[in-house]
Design a protein around this ligand. Structure first.
Ligand SMILES: Nc1ncnc2c1ncn2[C@@H]1O[C@H](COP(=O)(O)OP(=O)(O)O)[C@@H](O)[C@H]1O
Ligand SMILES: [Mg+2]
Length: 226
């Protein structure tokens, strides 16, 4: 299968003038539909920067990021918004659910923002997929961390993105709950053919992945196929 996400010799320099940081120093990566990829390496090695580039939330200083047949640099604001809404989902360490919306309303929100008028049916279907349908009407503060992350995964999938970016998604969960979330991510990659890029500190979590990318000082040191 041809790669859907292609990072080609990407660099990212923050700042200008005297204080610059080279967060990425020439990173290349090819990812095929359905691949679950772990980005590992110590804090500051460039994992979050690379995720942001792959989500078209940020852009390489040199080099390119291609999503499908679109290169992220040089797009109009409208094209960028469309690309992010239709192709990309994000999940985070602290879940970032909106506290005033119920679980199902959180899941619906990205679909409503994309202009859909009644996404309830699809939101409920996704809640079934993440095994949270019985909690659809709970508020976030009535959910455990693992339950909130499952809701966040459903929310990230509601517009059916080709790429799911996960920044330390189990960093705030205990081991057993983290394993449930990792299992759900693996199932998402398999069943929906979603590309998943996951930044993680936990070496155990790489057992769930197809590809492990070890980063150091803004470079890829080693790529291991599982
Ligand atoms: N907005 C920013 N401005 C300046 N430096 C940044 C910014 N974001 C990240 N950095 C720096 O870039 C490097 C890589 O950071 P990051 O991608 O967040 O690493 P990781 O996610 O692996 O911990 C670090 O040295 C960090 O301090
Ligand atoms: Mg990070």
């Amino acid at each position: 299968m041809t790669p859907y996400l292609v990072v080609d010799n990407a660099t990212r320099r923050y700042g200008n003038g005297v204080e610059t940081v080279d967060a990425l120093r020439g990173v290349s990566l090819h990812v095929r539909p359905g691949q679950f990829v772990a980005l590992v390496g110590r804090s500051g090695c460039g994992k979050t920067t690379l995720l942001n580039l792959c989500g078209a939330m940020d852009f390489p200083s040199t080099g390119t990021v291609r999503i499908g047949d679109v290169t992220t640099t040089g797009l109009s604001d409208a094209a960028l918004t469309r690309l992010r809404r239709t192709q990309i989902g994000f999940i985070f360490q602290f879940f970032q659910l909106l506290p005033t919306l119920s679980a199902v309303e959180n899941v619906e929100l990205p679909a409503l923002l994309a202009g859909e008028t009644n996404p309830r049916g699809r939101a409920l279907k996704l809640l079934r997929f993440v095994e949270m349908e019985t909690m659809a009407h709970r508020m976030p503060h009535q959910l455990s961390g693992g339950q909130m992350q499952r809701i966040a995964i459903a929310r990230a999938l509601v517009n059916n993105p080709r790429i799911l970016l996960a920044d330390e998604p189990i960093g705030n969960l205990d081991t057993a709950t983290g394993e449930l979330v990792l299992d759900l991510l693996r199932r998402t990659a398999r069943e929906r053919q979603t590309i998943i890029l996951m930044a993680t500190h936990s070496m155990e979590s790489t057992n769930y992945c197809d590809l492990v990318v070890r980063m150091r000082d803004g470079r890829i040191e080693e790529t291991i196929e599982r």
